[in-house]
Design a protein around this ligand. Structure first.
Ligand SMILES: O=P(O)(O)OC[C@H]1O[C@H](O[C@H]2O[C@H](CO)[C@@H](O)[C@H](O)[C@H]2O)[C@H](O)[C@@H](O)[C@@H]1O
Length: 245
């Protein structure tokens, strides 16, 4: 399982313009022929599914609050539904409060609200975060999480990419199964919950970036960026494909 932004795809200023590199798509298609594979993203489920566009993969959106298998949607966390009213209200308040700050992008997912400040003047970033935090504190069903130059409001329950990955491994019958080694790759703070899940008995890879430096991680290995990860996954696909033949 791989995270999307900053992991499979390079970071860009405008989330709607980010694309999966052609070679990485080919590698994911190859991997999916030999083992369960998927993308566990903070993006909206439909967004990440459309952007990757490989029908044989698993997809998790809104940081795991929604999960879809290769055939059809199989999971939506009940706390997501319960938070819908607060997410609508937060979207309204954030858009109104930050309307005067150039560069802010407000991105509503079904079960989350991302407020991007990548293109905001550096001196205004703290203001953006504090507005989002204040609105999140004011709405009972929401909490704030931090990603790469993004503040996100999510349902206020103990659910994250790690819990979603554990759910998926159970669903696949992978827990304790002989010969099954779970692998997770991610770049962001929000990926550490999933990297922690594979710490014992799996393989975790962190994709490093200048934005996070050498921050502590649960990962076993590191690659320098999405391009290096594409090459690594290509080699893994060759090995997995070879052992399956
Ligand atoms: O879990 P992910 O798949 O990595 O999603 C986390 C957030 O990623 C996206 O934002 C990040 O990537 C953008 C495009 O490169 C970049 O402009 C932004 O600064 C990053 O934070 C996505 O737009 C968010 O919705 C995701 O939650």
């Amino acid at each position: 399982m791989c995270d999307f932004d900053g992991t499979l795809a390079p970071i860009g200023d405008v989330p709607g313009e980010v694309a999966l590199p052609v070679r990485t798509r080919e590698v994911l298609e190859e991997l999916a022929r030999h083992c369960p594979a998927g993308v566990l993203s903070g993006r909206d489920l439909d967004d990440v599914r459309g952007r990757v566009g490989i029908g044989e993969l698993w997809y998790a959106g809104s940081h795991g609050f929604e999960i879809a298998g290769p055939a059809e949607q199989v999971f939506a966390h009940p706390a997501g539904e319960a938070a819908l009213g607060d997410l609508d209200e937060a979207q309204r308040r954030v858009s109104e409060s930050l309307a005067g700050v150039p560069g802010v992008l407000v991105d509503r997912k079904r079960f989350g609200l991302a407020v991007h400040y990548r293109m905001v003047e550096a001196g205004m970033a703290d203001h953006v975060v504090s507005v989002v935090r204040g609105i999140g504190d004011d709405l009972a069903h929401l909490k704030m999480k931090h990603g790469r130059l993004v503040a996100e409001l999510l349902p206020d329950v103990d659910w994250h990419k790690g819990r979603a990955l554990s759910w998926l491994l159970e669903e696949l019958g992978a827990v304790g199964a002989e010969g099954f080694v779970p692998v997770f790759v991610g770049d962001d703070f929000t990926d550490e919950d999933a990297l922690r899940v594979v710490r014992d008995g799996g393989v975790g890879v962190v994709v490093r970036s200048g934005e996070h430096g050498d921050r502590p991680t649960w990962a076993h290995y590191a690659v320098a960026g999405p391009e290096s990860l594409g090459a690594l996954l290509g080699r893994v696909a060759e090995l997995v494909g070879g052992s399956a033949r």
